[in-house]
Design a protein around this ligand. Structure first.
Ligand code: GLA
Length: 387
């Protein structure tokens, strides 16, 4: 891949003198959905697919971006002197946002860049192609300008840019999973204080299969921010009688005792999901540590039901993928992953059932939804690197 992207860089930008190549992964969340902005736990892992990049410093303040995924857009140009979100700038608002965020955090960006990207994460699939672009951009800046920014800080800067430049109030999960990824491990992260531990994923005789609904969604225009506000309102109601910092501070029993103070029924359902999902995530990680993969799978299934019925972020496409997956012998667990409203599902499938899984779920999906889903057997990879 390195040769291909360097060659393309030379083609697009004249030559590749002084250009360097980098990579940042995508991510999939195994369990712990919509808990990261509620002070709860998440359990994502980085993937071996992601965003490849070639970058070169410039002698002026120009920023020139080119994506092999959007070739017809050609070179998109902007400048360090004009770092503002701009609809016309399309995907380049993500790298631009990170460059802006570095400045906001006090890092001096003293030259422009030519940057070429080539991602192999299915676009809009919910595997965090945008967070991957953010982290690779931050990694390029840190490495090429010798800023020595830690990977954890890169995650925080990526989230800051997404929140404040691109207007999506996302939590820290995606950028953290990508920046801190470790081969063959998932990350058990407590989003209330960013303490985390790596948990080896040893799926003897099983695979992680991603089913992509091909229903496009953009977080910005989805109901993501609305769900976040509903949780904040529910938290405020609980805080009127109880000193907690976030919904993640409650266990199921405590929630059942206080839930009647949340008067709005939708808000109560959202909060219930946040509390139960956090507890499910803690239980799932301990099941994994006990080598109880069956229990882990059962908790994944419960997670989906809660996202469907209480959090209401699934929709017909994701529900079809998951409900058809549950029918296949050899499926240990299956649920939607990421923000929802389209995107993809994650399933743990026994090796011998992967073929049947793809065939059966694929056929049922096409029959019911009218277009095809895509399937990827994925592997857990590491964080950003220089190639
Ligand atoms: C998106 C956000 C994350 C997280 C998930 C839902 O991926 O970027 O911060 O909230 O949705 O778990």
């Amino acid at each position: 891949m390195k040769d291909i992207i360097i060659k393309k860089f030379a083609e697009v930008f004249g030559d590749a003198e002084g250009a360097e190549a980098f990579f940042a992964p995508g991510r999939v969340n195994l369990i712990g959905e919509h808990t990261d902005y509620n002070g709860g736990h998440v359990f994502p892992c980085a993937l071996t697919i992601g965003t490849y990049a070639v970058a070169r410093k410039r002698e002026d303040n120009k920023l020139r971006f080119y994506s092999m995924n959007f070739e017809r857009l050609g070179i998109i140009e902007s400048s360090l002197d004009n770092l503002e979100p701009d609809k016309e700038a399309g995907w380049t608002n993500y790298p631009k946002g990170v460059i802006w965020a570095f400045g906001e955090k006090g890092y001096k960006i003293n030259c422009g860049f030519d940057i070429l990207l080539n991602g192999n994460i299915p676009n809009g699939s919910g595997l965090s192609s945008s967070a991957s672009v953010e982290v690779v951009t931050g990694y390029i800046l840190s490495e090429m300008l010798g800023l020595g920014v830690s990977n954890q800080e890169l995650a925080l800067i990526g989230q800051f840019s997404e929140n404040n430049f691109n207007g999506v109030n996302c939590g820290i999960m995606d950028q953290f999973a990508i920046a801190m990824g470790k081969k063959d491990n998932a990350i058990f992260l407590d989003t209330s204080d960013l303490s985390f531990e790596y948990a080896p994923i040893k799926l003897d005789g099983a695979k992680i299969v991603i089913s992509c609904s091909n229903k496009k969604r953009g977080l910005g225009d989805s109901k993501y921010n609305e769900r976040r506000t509903e949780c904040e309102e529910a938290l405020k109601a609980i805080q009127s009688g109880m000193g907690i910092n976030s919904l993640g501070d409650l266990d199921e029993e405590q929630f059942e005792q206080v839930k009647s103070v949340i008067k709005d029924e939708d808000q109560r359902k959202r909060a219930k999901h946040a509390v139960y999902e956090n507890q499910r995530t803690i239980k799932a990680v301990s099941a994994l540590k006990n080598n109880d993969i069956e229990l882990f799978g059962k908790l994944m299934n419960e997670s989906h039901v809660s996202l469907r019925d209480d959090y209401e972020v699934t929709g017909e496409e994701l529900d079809t993928l998951v409900e058809e997956a549950w029918k296949v012998d050899g499926v240990i667990g299956s649920r939607m992953t990421g923000a929802g409203f389209g995107g993809c599902t994650v399933s743990i499938v026994k090796d011998e059932a992967v073929g049947t899984f793809i065939e059966n779920v694929g056929k049922a999906y096409k029959d019911r939804i009218g277009y095809a889903a895509d399937f990827y057997v994925v592997e857990i990879g590491s964080g950003p690197c220089r190639l």
